[in-house]
Design a protein around this ligand. Structure first.
Ligand code: ATP
Ligand code: MG
Length: 631
C-alpha cells in the first residue's frame, strides 16, 4: 500500500507530474500540452491543448476488449422491466440517439435539456450529447414546471428530451404536461422536443415541435455517428446544486478534467475494476448520477446499474437482491436512503449473498453514527462516507481505499482526497487553522483539482464572487461547510456555515447536536436549527421523527421523551447545546435530493419567509412545523 500522506502531498506539490500520470487512464486524440493552466486564477484549465471525448472514453474504447460484456443494466421495479445492454448495444443506441439529435440540428456547444425518469434512454441521451459535443443539462424528473422553466430559460436548449411519464410506487407520474407548462412559462422556446413514449400515460403532441424517439430511432438504426473530438476544456454539461441553502447554482463541467478525475477516482477511491458491476442508487438528476451512475463506472469499463423504483418495493431487500444477482462489487448510496431501509426488517440484510461487495460508499449529507453502525453491522461490509458537492463532481474527503488502508472512523468522511488542498479557516478572520481539533470553514486552496466546476454557467462573475476569497497571492474556495480535523487528518463535518449556531457566545454545529440526539433509541431522524433568541442570541430547536409513534401517543409521553433527549445532549455536549424544545413531526422538510432544508425550518421558526422552495419535496412537512410553532 502506498503511503497515503505522501500520495496526497505529491498531488499538491508536484501537481503536474501527478495529474499527468492520472491523465493516462483515459484516451486522448491529442495529448494535453499543459497539465494545469492556472494563469488566470481561480479559473483552472486542466489538460489544456488535449483533445478527447467523454463518450468515447465511456463506451467506444471498451469495444476492443469487452464489446459483449454488460455496460448498462436497467432495472425498473416500477414497470417490472430488466434489460442488460452490452457495450456493443449501448454503442449502437448512443449512436442512434446522436443521429437523432444531429438530425434535429444539434451541433457542438448546443445545449440539450434532459428531463427524464430513470430509464436507459436517459443514459443514451447523456452519452449521445457528449458524443457530439453538445452540452447536456439534466433536470431531475421529480421537479415541477416552475423549477423546470427556470432551468430551460438558463440553459436555452435547442432540444429537450423527455418522456410521457415516470413512475413512483407503481403509479405513473406524467411528465409531458409539466414539460409543456414549463415551456409555456419560459420565455425561451426549444426548437424540438424528443419524447420517449413508455406507454404509461397518453401524451398530447405539439405539431412541428414534438417528435417521438421510437419513430426517429427507426430511421437511424444503422447510422454511424463518430465522436466529435473536443478540447479538454470544452463544457460537457451543466447541472444545478440541490438548493439547500438558497437558489440553486448552475455548475459547468469540462470534458478532459472530468474524465481524468473520474477514471482516477474509480481506481484510487472506489476500487472498481473493468468487468465488474457498480450500483449507485442515486438519480441521473444529481451529480452522483452523472459521475457514478453514468460516466465513472463506464469510463472504468464496468457495468452500471440504473435502478428505477423505491428501495422498499417490492420489499426492503430489493437493492441487496440486485447485489447478489449482478455480483455488484461497488455500491454507492446516501444516508437518507439507508435511514429509510433502517425502518425495514433487518433480516432482509442477511437474505442475500453480498460477498462480491467490496464496500458501500455513502455521500450527500452527514452519516450519523447509529445509521453507519446499523448498515455496517447489517451488511458486514466496509462502509465509506465521502463528502463532496455538486460543484466538485467527485469526493473532497474520503478514505481512498485504493491507496490508503487506514480505517474509517464513525462520523468522519475521512481525509483530504488527493488533488484537494483542504484547509480549515477561521470564520471571522479567514486565517488558516493549522492545529488539530479546531473548528473552521472547510476550504480548498486553488486551483481546484480536475473534474471540479469550471465556472457557474453563463456567469463567471458569480463563480468568483460566490465561492472565492483572495488572500494575497492565493485564492481559496469555500465549501460553506463547517468542520474539524483531528490529529490523524480525519475531518468531521459539523454542518453548513449557515447552520452554525451561537448560543450565549458558544459556537455549535447543528450537526453535533443532531448526532447526539440520534443516540436516543426512538429517534429515526432529527433536524436541529438555530433560532433567534433575545436573551441568548440563538437557541437550538430540534424537530425529530420517531421510530415508534406509539411511544409518544399522548402529551405526557412526548414530554417524557423530550426530557430524555435533553438529558442526552446535556451529557454529550453540555447544557449550552440543549435544545430549547424538541418537537415531534412525522417527516422533515427536504430537497428532492433528500437533504434537510434547515434554512426553511429556521425561517418558519422565526416567522420569516422560507425563501426559494422550488427544490422542496413535500410541502406538508414544512406545514407541520408551521402548525407546531403556531400552536
Ligand atoms: P446548495 O448548494 O444549492 O445550497 P447543496 O449544497 O445541498 O445545495 P449539493 O451539492 O447537492 O447541494 O450538496 C453538497 C453539500 O452536501 C455539501 O456542501 C455538504 O453540506 C453536504 N454533504 C455532502 N456529503 C456529505 C457528507 N458525507 N457529510 C456531510 N455533509 C455532506
Ligand atoms: Mg452547496
Amino acid at each position: 500500500m502506498t503511503n497515503y500522506a505522501e500520495f496526497h502531498q505529491r498531488s499538491i506539490t508536484d501537481r503536474d507530474a501527478f495529474w499527468g500520470e492520472q491523465a493516462q487512464l483515459v484516451d486522448w486524440k491529442v495529448q494535453p500540452t499543459h497539465i494545469c493552466d492556472y494563469s488566470n486564477p481561480p479559473f483552472a484549465r486542466w489538460f489544456a491543448g488535449g483533445v478527447t471525448n467523454l463518450c468515447h472514453n465511456a463506451v467506444d474504447r471498451h469495444l476492443k476488449d469487452r464489446a459483449d460484456q454488460a455496460a448498462l443494466i436497467f432495472v425498473s421495479t416500477e414497470t417490472n422491466q430488466e434489460r442488460v445492454y452490452s457495450f456493443r448495444e449501448l454503442h449502437a443506441e448512443v449512436q442512434r440517439m446522436a443521429a437523432i439529435l444531429k438530425g434535429l440540428g444539434v451541433t457542438k456547444g448546443d445545449r440539450v435539456l434532459i428531463y427524464m425518469p430513470m430509464i436507459a434512454e436517459a443514459a443514451f441521451a447523456m452519452l449521445a450529447c457528449t458524443r457530439i459535443g453538445a452540452i447536456h443539462s439534466v433536470v431531475f424528473g421529480g421537479f415541477a414546471s416552475g423549477s423546470l422553466a427556470t432551468r430551460i430559460e438558463d440553459a436555452a436548449p435547442k432540444v429537450i428530451i423527455s418522456a410521457d411519464a415516470g413512475s413512483r410506487g407503481g403509479k405513473p407520474v406524467a411528465y409531458k404536461p409539466l414539460l409543456d407548462e414549463a415551456i409555456s412559462l419560459s420565455s425561451y422556446k426549444p426548437e424540438s422536443v424528443l419524447l420517449v413514449d413508455r406507454g404509461l400515460v397518453p401524451m398530447a403532441m405539439v405539431a412541428g415541435r414534438d417528435k417521438l424517439w421510437a419513430d426517429l430511432r427507426e430511421q437511424n438504426m444503422n447510422t454511424v455517428v463518430e465522436c466529435e473530438w473536443v478540447d479538454a476544456t470544452h463544457p460537457s454539461y451543466t447541472l444545478y446544486t440541490s438548493g439547500t441553502t438558497g437558489k440553486p447554482k448552475g455548475v459547468q463541467r469540462d470534458t478532459g478534467g472530468y474524465a481524468v478525475a473520474l477514471a482516477a477516482s474509480m481506481k484510487h477511491i472506489y476500487c472498481g475494476e473493468a468487468g465488474e458491476t457498480y450500483f449507485s442508487t442515486s438519480d441521473i438528476g444529481w451529480v452522483v448520477g452523472h459521475s457514478y451512475i453514468i460516466y465513472g463506472p463506464l469510463i472504468a469499463g464496468m457495468a452500471t446499474i440504473m435502478y428505477e423504483g423505491l428501495p422498499t418495493r417490492p420489499d426492503g431487500g430489493i437493492w441487496w437482491s440486485l447485489i447478489e444477482k449482478y455480483k455488484v462489487t461497488v455500491m454507492f448510496s446516501a444516508p437518507t436512503a439507508i435511514r429509510v431501509l433502517k425502518k425495514q426488517d433487518p433480516a432482509l440484510l442477511k437474505k442475500y449473498d453480498l460477498s462480491t461487495l467490496k464496500a458501500l460508499f455513502l455521500a450527500g449529507e452527514p452519516l450519523d453514527q447509529p445509521t453507519a453502525q446499523w448498515i455496517s453491522e447489517g451488511l458486514g461490509r466496509p462502509i465509506v462516507d465521502n463528502y463532496w458537492q455538486t460543484e466538485t463532481g467527485w469526493p473532497i474527503l474520503s478514505i481512498c481505499k485504493g491507496v490508503d488502508d487506514s480505517p474509517t472512523k464513525f462520523g468522519s468522511p475521512g481525509k483530504a482526497v488527493y488533488g484537494y488542498d483542504v484547509k480549515l479557516l477561521d470564520e471571522t478572520t479567514g486565517e488558516e487553522l493549522k492545529g488539530a481539533n479546531q473548528k473552521g470553514v472547510v476550504a480548498i486552496e486553488g486551483p481546484l483539482p480536475p473534474g471540479c466546476l469550471q465556472t457557474v454557467w453563463g456567469d463567471d462573475a458569480r463563480f468568483v464572487s460566490t465561492y472565492w476569497t483572495t488572500i494575497p497571492g492565493r485564492m481559496i474556495y469555500s465549501t460553506f461547510d463547517w468542520g474539524i480535523r483531528d490529529e490523524e487528518g480525519y475531518y468531521f463535518i459539523l454542518g453548513r456555515t449557515d447552520d452554525v449556531i451561537n448560543v450565549a457566545g458558544h459556537r455549535l454545529g447543528t450537526r453535533e447536536i443532531e448526532e447526539s440526539i440520534s443516540a436516543h433509541p426512538n429517534v429515526a431522524e432529527v433536524a436541529v436549527v438555530g433560532v433567534a433568541d433575545q436573551l441568548k442570541g440563538q437557541v437550538a430547536m430540534a424537530f425529530a421523527v420517531v421510530k415508534d409513534a406509539s411511544l409518544i401517543a399522548d402529551e405526557a409521553s412526548a414530554l417524557k421523551m423530550e426530557g430524555e433527549i435533553m438529558k442526552i445532549v446535556d451529557k454529550d455536549l453540555g447544557a449550552v447545546a440543549r435544545p430549547a424544545r424538541v418537537r415531534f413531526v412525522t417527516v422533515l422538510p427536504k430537497t428532492r435530493s433528500g437533504k434537510c432544508l434547515r434554512r426553511a425550518i429556521t425561517a418558519v421558526c422565526e416567522g420569516r419567509d422560507p425563501g426559494d422552495l422550488t427544490t422542496m419535496d413535500d410541502p406538508a412537512a414544512l406545514q407541520q412545523i408551521k402548525d407546531l410553532i403556531n400552536s
